[in-house]
Write a protein that binds this ligand. Structure first.
Ligand SMILES: NC(=O)C1=CN([C@@H]2O[C@H](COP(=O)(O)OP(=O)(O)OC[C@H]3O[C@@H](n4cnc5c(N)ncnc54)[C@H](OP(=O)(O)O)[C@@H]3O)[C@@H](O)[C@H]2O)C=CC1
Ligand SMILES: N[C@@H](CC(=O)OP(=O)(O)O)C(=O)O
Length: 372
């Protein structure tokens, strides 16, 4: 961790979906946070009323942090989260829509991992290593809410496979201008499906070439994240979805017998001709830094993108915990005979693909004065 940690007073945070795969990662990361302090935990009625250690099927390598072991889990109702400056959500998407809206209505700041609000025209979809400028939409979201809000908002982070790919794409666009087309093939870890996820009889010794809704999410979310914000004639801001330069994306998603870490094979074609060489691409990826790190967010990785030279890296087992899973790893940068350049990217789906992104987004909100 870096940054001027001591400059911030302690801020109370709550976690919705605290017993789930993402919720557990929130707890593990926040237990060591320099200024966020876990104040309230929420989950379903099945867990409510129990001590955290009784409600959860803890699957992290480190033990349950002492400070939360005996905390009582509540139902996900705003009255149990009074006093929280930040509410992180790792809720199941089947229930996240209504619950997160209730929390926003109660004027709470919600940082969500669920897919429900990613397409909302006033909700920023922020991968903190890429598009922190989208915080500019928060004032409008507060104003358009009925009734208007002083502190509350919903901000989402992306699908875990989208997160992995937008980081190198953003670095490449920054260095070489718009990308015209992109082919992505994912190999996604089982933990992406929550716990207990797929039956072992389905995933051991196997590859499942379908993850419902995933390909559409990658193809759509990438445009919102890599696009800008424009001022409309009506005086309202809007996400421009990567216009006016079209970015065509085709994704194919597969579930593989890996516990943690999504690996993706990516090929890109640049609009500008001639395209960059593989060496220029490696240098641009290595040089890319995030606003979040520059602004001193303590959970932001020093190396946004680590570029491997070895021909057989990145690998999930070896590379998913580098920088506590907060950055992305790229390797095998080489020429593509059909498009221009191809490479492999790996991201930890439950860290930067989920909880770590939410936490850095909340740190950015504090740094930018959106949360006091
Ligand atoms: N796993 C991953 O890699 C990623 C996940 N996400 C998204 O994050 C969210 C959480 O995913 P994940 O942790 O994998 O899911 P899990 O299934 O592991 O956990 C779901 C959580 O939601 C709670 N919950 C379920 N029903 C209710 C309810 N009716 N009211 C209140 N709480 C409820 C559960 O509580 P209880 O234990 O009491 O049932 C549990 O805490 C999902 O929206 C997912 O799509 C996003 C990116 C990556
Ligand atoms: N679908 C992802 C995880 C996930 O929950 O995605 P989303 O938050 O977009 O629903 C996976 O299976 O690996």
């Amino acid at each position: 961790m870096h940054g001027q940690d001591s400059a911030h007073r302690e801020l109370k945070v709550g976690i919705l979906g605290a017993t789930g795969t993402v919720g557990q990662r929130f707890i593990a990361l926040l237990a060591e946070h320099p200024y966020f302090v876990i104040h309230a935990l929420g989950a379903s009625h099945r867990s409510a009323g129990k001590r955290y250690s009784q409600a959860v099927q803890w699957k992290q390598t480190a033990p349950i942090p002492h400070a939360v072991r005996d905390m009582v889990v509540h139902e996900c109702k705003p009255e149990h989260f009074t006093g929280c400056s930040v509410v992180f959500s790792g809720l199941d998407a089947d229930v996240a829509g209504e619950i997160e809206a209730d929390f926003r209505r109660a004027d709470l700041a919600v940082f969500s991992n669920a897919k429900n609000y990613r397409r909302d025209p006033t909700v920023p979809l922020i991968v903190p290593l890429v598009n922190s400028s989208h915080f500019a939409m928060i004032p409008q979201q507060r104003l358009q809410h009925k009734p208007p809000l002083k502190k509350g908002f919903i901000l989402t982070n992306a699908n875990c496979s989208t997160t992995a790919v937008v980081v190198p794409l953003a670095a490449l666009e920054k260095a070489f201008g718009p990308i015209e087309s992109c082919m992505i093939t994912t190999m996604q870890a089982i933990s992406g499906a929550g716990y207990p996820g797929l039956p072992s009889m389905d995933i051991l010794d196997n590859v499942v070439p379908h993850i419902g809704g995933e390909e559409e999410k990658i193809e759509w979310e990438t445009l919102k994240i890599l696009g800008g914000i424009v001022d409309g004639d009506d005086g309202l801001k809007a996400f421009d979805m990567h216009s006016p330069s079209p970015l065509r994306i085709s994704a194919s998603c597969n579930r593989v017998p890996v516990i943690e870490g999504h690996t993706e094979c990516v090929s890109v074609r640049f609009a500008r001709r001639p395209p960059p060489s593989p060496q220029q691409v490696r240098e641009a990826l290595t040089a890319y830094t995030s606003d979040a790190y520059a602004l001193g967010c303590p959970s932001a990785p020093r190396h946004t993108i680590f570029v491997h030279e070895e021909p057989d890296r990145p690998q999930p087992r070896l590379d998913r915990d580098y920088q506590r899973g907060a950055g992305v790893s790229v390797g095998r940068v080489r020429q593509c005979r059909v498009l221009d350049i191809k490479f492999v990217v790996l991201a930890n789906n439950v860290a930067i693909g989920a909880a770590t992104s939410s936490i850095i987004n909340a740190e950015l909100a504090v740094t930018k004065g959106i949360i006091a």
